[in-house]
Design a protein around this ligand. Sequence first.
Ligand SMILES: C[S@@+](CC[C@H](N)C(=O)[O-])C[C@H]1O[C@@H](n2cnc3c(N)ncnc32)[C@H](O)[C@@H]1O
Length: 200
Amino acid sequence: MSVAPDGSPVEVYLRLPERGEGDLVAAAVRPPASLLELGSGVGRVTRQLVRLGYDVVAVDESPEMLEHVRDAETVCARIETLDLGRAFDAVLLLSNLFTVEDEQRRLFLETAARHSDLLVVETLPVAWQPPESETLRIDGIEDGVVHGEVFYDGGESHAFAMRVFADEDELVAALADGGWRFDCWIERERGWFRAVPARS
Ligand SMILES: C[S@@+](CC[C@H](N)C(=O)[O-])C[C@H]1O[C@@H](n2cnc3c(N)ncnc32)[C@H](O)[C@@H]1O
């Protein structure tokens, strides 16, 4: 079983269904447009974007994930230090990449700022509470970070630590720390929003 360095099991992401992510991106930036997708995994979202007519560059540190990406340029690299020397219409920071610890999030946001003046983020809804579930074990919540493990049908599991923002002010402050300003919600319940450079 292959697992990416962040603990994401490749097979799980190959099985995971599409959840309308492409349409949420389209609500924020109309196709056709060039997109830099950070942490693309196996291309579950990438393929939705390609179908909608976007030109996508998919970045991931896991070659085992990237080998499944089709119809998009792939770059195997860590997001923190990425500098492709070119600009995109928008950068996507999806899945749980905004809920990482503060220093790593700041580096992710700085990478986004090196590549675009528009950022689309998917994160946990503000004040998210872990649901009671047999497939989720919560070990504790400390300083707004939920620690636990998720269990998948195929027997895989993934330990996680996810920052939950208590309110919008906290989220806006985390964005500002990386040089971005909150613009608007795309989908509040699913935690999707748009951001623009703080200087604009
Ligand atoms: C949870 S998966 C989500 C993949 C995809 N966005 C999806 O929803 O199907 C997160 C992906 O981000 C990648 N990733 C996490 N941290 C990274 C980093 N620092 N640099 C590059 N890739 C990273 C992992 O390898 C993994 O493929």
